[in-house]
Write a protein that binds this ligand. Structure first.
Ligand SMILES: Cc1cc2nc3c(=O)[nH]c(=O)nc-3n(C[C@H](O)[C@H](O)[C@H](O)COP(=O)(O)OP(=O)(O)OC[C@H]3O[C@@H](n4cnc5c(N)ncnc54)[C@H](O)[C@@H]3O)c2cc1C
Length: 416
């Protein structure tokens, strides 16, 4: 049965939800408080990453956070603050950082990533997405020290046990794969399962496709409250209007915690800020790569090379920390011989907020107390990769279909 559905939030998760919902025949409206042209879904590294099987909450991360706390150029930062929501989230993050929990999360992360990558493959074959920039060259993880290399090789072995293939490359091997520029690294792990894209290109195509297929997109309109009667959201209040819908999808990224409170839901989520520098001059970099010691990503996109990195937990703000931006540029120069990053490119760096759940799994599913609400958020470092899978699962839920994956582990009601 066709339903009137509102998707709150027009990032990759909201738009992919709208895409699969309209394909199921629902009448869909997307509401976003911004002009929908900036933020995490635009500044990300564009990777599709089945290889990223280890969640952020893993053994050693809390001590790394403490170590980096007073280093203003560090790639990982947790701003110490007496904010109850942050403290609750940090406690859940710590509890999730055990080897047992990480082992449990790995196959779940793989499964949803593989589903999503298959859906990206499918989209690429759709004529409406013929200009979609999507390449499947895999992802290189460069290391400059044996310690970092040994660690990554162990991760690759775990990935192999989960069926994700990789090769270990020495310096000569790297030069055969990255033919455009000389790389200063001891070696690399080449994961073959990953792909890369250009986020702005896909977001534009997706918005155009939604509009063409009758999805209403309301920009610059914030949802500020809800009217709840018994077990339903009766109406939603925006900055301008009061709307009635059959179904509500909450896909508001890092802002989801506050809206969830209005829906009597304790959704633990924190914003993990990341930066990107786009270099418009040719860099000759041909392969997407993670520079392990610098903890940053490099992606050859259409018309520019993107350098992205840092995970900064300092609340919801878009302040740009120049020291961290410069650390990204310096990190890249240490790995690529002769690489030039213009001062103007660094000066124009932008940032986005990753919606980070404590255990590295997204929140996808229904809640018990409101039977017309679905949650689609908390994707942290993998939201770009997981957009299509999340959208498909949400559309299946709302259409009362069997979901493509068992989603019980992604429940927004799970405890930590
Ligand atoms: C530097 C960086 C690199 C990254 N690299 C990768 C990568 O390579 N691969 C990968 O898979 N992921 C990557 N990510 C993560 C990925 O970008 C995010 O997980 C993803 O974009 C989150 O999408 P979202 O739709 O949940 O949130 P967002 O894109 O933040 O969208 C949420 C939307 O909700 C709207 N909103 C909020 N509150 C309201 C309200 N009250 N009313 C109406 N609208 C509201 C906001 O305006 C926003 O548009 C990266 C992120 C960063 C920052």
């Amino acid at each position: 049965m066709a339903k009137k559905v509102v998707v709150i939030g027009g990032g990759i998760i909201g738009l992919c939800s709208a895409y699969y919902l309209q394909k199921e025949g629902h009448q869909v409206t997307v509401i976003d408080k911004s002009s929908m042209d900036a933020g995490a879904s635009y500044v990300n590294a564009g990777y599709l990453t089945p290889s990223h099987i280890i969640p952020l909450a893993s053994p050693g991360m809390i001590s790394k956070g403490l170590k980096y706390m007073f280093n203003s150029a560090s790639p990982f930062y947790m701003k110490p603050r007496l904010d109850y929501d942050f403290l609750k989230w940090a406690w859940a993050f710590k509890k999730s950082s055990t080897p047992k929990k990480v082992d449990k999360a790995m196959p779940l992360i793989r499964d949803i990533n593989l589903l999503s990558r298959d859906l990206y493959d499918e989209l690429k074959t759709d004529i409406a997405f013929k200009d979609f920039h999507y390449e499947r060259k895999g992802l290189l993880m460069y290391f400059q020290t044996q310690k970092e290399g040994d660690h990554e090789i162990k991760v690759a072995e775990s990935a192999k046990r989960l069926g994700l293939a990789s090769s270990i490359l020495d310096m000569e091997g790297i030069s055969k794969v990255e033919t455009g520029i000389s790389v200063n690294a001891l070696g690399a792990v080449h994961y073959h399962c990953d792909g890369h894209t250009t986020p702005l290109n896909f977001m534009k195509l997706l918005k155009a496709n939604l509009t063409k297929n009758g999805v209403k997109i309301l920009k610059n309109e914030a949802v500020i409250d809800f009217k709840i009667t018994k077990d339903k959201i009766k109406s939603i209040q925006t900055t301008t209007t009061n709307y009635h819908f059959d179904e509500v999808v909450l896909a508001t990224g890092s802002w989801s915690g506050n809206l969830a409170k209005k829906l009597k839901l304790d959704l633990r989520i924190q914003a993990g800020k990341g930066y990107c520098i786009d270099e418009l001059n040719p860099t000759n970099i041909t392969m997407p790569a993670i520079l392990l010691e610098a903890k940053m990503a490099v992606t050859p996109m259409i018309g520019f090379t993107r350098f992205a990195g840092t995970m900064e937990f300092s609340g919801i703000n878009h302040q740009i920390n120049k020291k961290r931006v410069n650390a990204i540029a310096d990190g890249a120069k240490r790995f690529y011989n002769g690489l030039q990053i213009n001062r103007a490119s660094s000066a124009n760096a932008s940032c986005g907020l990753r919606p980070v759940s404590p255990d590295g799994l997204p929140y996808i599913g229904r809640v018990k107390h409101l039977n017309n609400l679905s949650i689609a958020t908390g994707h942290a470092m993998m939201g770009w990769s997981l957009g299509p899978a999340t959208g498909k699962l949400i559309a299946e839920l709302i259409s009362d279909k069997v979901t493509s994956l068992n989603i019980s582990s992604y429940s927004p009601l799970r405890t930590f």
